[in-house]
Write a protein that binds this ligand. Structure first.
Ligand code: TMP
Length: 395
């Protein structure tokens, strides 16, 4: 791994602090956020990895059902899966609070979700849920009970697991020979194009490209046969994968097309990542300058969406509560808490909290359309948004 980006000392992204933590001056864990490129596999990853046990515990705050964009995307995919792969028995790795599997028949799905607070939700709804980490031991346990699984789905999860060889070996073990693996994760191409350096934080160990996925899975006898571009999470890729065994796999044109796009952007070349680093430095300078100008005019600025991504931005750009009065968010486990590192207060979203606000920093820039639709009143009375994507600006 060759380092190309240094985002400084960062706190663990989803570790929001309580008021009691602040009073007791609780010591937060920081790590050095550096990002590197592996010339052999073309994989981009953070260099200092945090243990899964520390990140995905029994009090994990992120809920995929909190956004209509996500639930709509899952509903659309579920319809497609039911239509195209009728009788499949499905395993979801990283089922969160069940926003995808709730669209399926309970008898035809099993969930894997190591965060016990989230697993509890799907268990309560009657879905068979293993509250364990995905590895070969769990794969063996599942296979002995359910024989082969013929569809495995995993969204925004595999990029969170350090040992990719173990991940794909375990998938290979349970997946039937004609089974299908569907994974989706943020797209490195979109991350580079949008200068979305906030895709990097301790949980996002990898930001995948088609190039890197193809290199990693080939030693596990797996092959990408189709890709779809998604708008979710600021631009994601959905990879459709099959086992190579005894099958003549028809490769969809989308694979060739996306590969060409990645090569055209020179994603196989380290120099591209150095260019990205320079854009990140410029993005920081411009965002800080926009915020300083606004504060000099005594305007009120808040944050919208206390995302894990914005933790990277705030700590890298050193934006604190002198600049952003507070964040608003709808997630119950985040509200009335404080942002990691910068300790900006997170208030439970209420429309009236925007009444005297002049500018809103879009922490959840990936939900811009959904938020703009929701905040028509704020926009109509002259309220402005600030985003750093793709370059810092006021909109
Ligand atoms: P994510 O970008 O990591 O998916 O997180 C999005 C965050 O934004 C999540 O904490 C929920 C929050 N959010 C709101 O508070 N209101 C909204 O309207 C939307 C779309 C998201």
């Amino acid at each position: 791994m060759k380092k190309f980006l240094d985002l400084g000392l960062q706190p663990l992204a989803n570790k929001y602090l309580t008021k009691k933590d602040l009073i007791n001056r609780k010591k937060e864990q920081f790590y050095h956020l550096e990002v590197g490129f592996d010339n052999k596999t073309k994989l981009v990853s953070i260099l200092n990895k945090i243990s899964s046990y520390k990140m995905f515990d029994n009090d994990y705050p992120y809920r995929s059902s909190m956004s209509k964009t996500m639930t709509d995307s899952f509903k659309k995919l579920s319809k497609k899966i039911i239509r195209d792969y009728k009788s499949r028995f499905i395993l979801e790795i990283g089922s969160n609070d069940g926003s995808l599997i709730q669209n399926f028949n309970k008898k035809k799905v099993i969930c894997v979700e190591p965060c016990k607070n989230l697993a509890k939700i799907t268990k309560k709804k009657g879905f068979k849920t293993y509250d364990e980490y995905w590895d070969i031991n769990l794969a063996k346990k599942i296979k002995s009970k359910y024989r082969n699984i013929d569809l495995i789905y995993s969204a925004n999860t595999l990029s969170h697991i350090a040992n990719l060889d173990s991940v794909f070996k375990s998938i290979n073990y349970v997946l039937s020979d004609d089974g299908i693996l569907i994974i989706e994760d943020p797209s490195l191409l979109e991350c580079l194009k949008r200068v979305a350096y906030d895709q990097f934080y301790n949980e996002h160990i990898y930001v995948f490209s088609l190039l890197s996925i193809m290199n990693i899975i080939k030693k596990h006898n797996l092959q990408v046969f189709k890709v779809e571009k998604l708008k979710t999470h600021g631009g994601s890729i959905r990879y459709f994968i099959k086992k190579k065994v005894n099958l003549k796999i028809k490769i969809h044109n989308s694979v060739k097309k996306h590969l060409q796009d990645e090569l055209k952007y020179k994603m196989n070349n380290f120099k591209t990542y150095i260019k990205f680093r320079n854009k990140v430095k410029k993005s920081k300078r411009n965002l800080v300058s926009i915020l300083n100008d606004i504060k000099r005019k005594n305007k009120k600025v808040i944050g919208y969406g206390s995302t894990a991504k914005s933790v990277t931005i705030l700590n890298y750009c050193k934006i604190k509560s002198e600049t952003l009065d507070y964040f608003v968010d709808t997630t119950p486990n985040k509200t009335n808490k404080y942002m990691p590192g910068t300790h900006i207060h997170i208030k439970n979203y209420k429309k009236s909290l925007l009444d005297d606000v002049d500018y809103i920093f879009l922490g959840a820039w990936n939900f811009k359309d959904e938020i703009f639709k929701k905040e028509k009143k704020f926009i109509k009375r002259g309220g402005k948004f600030i985003t750093h994507i793709p370059t810092p600006k006021i909109i």
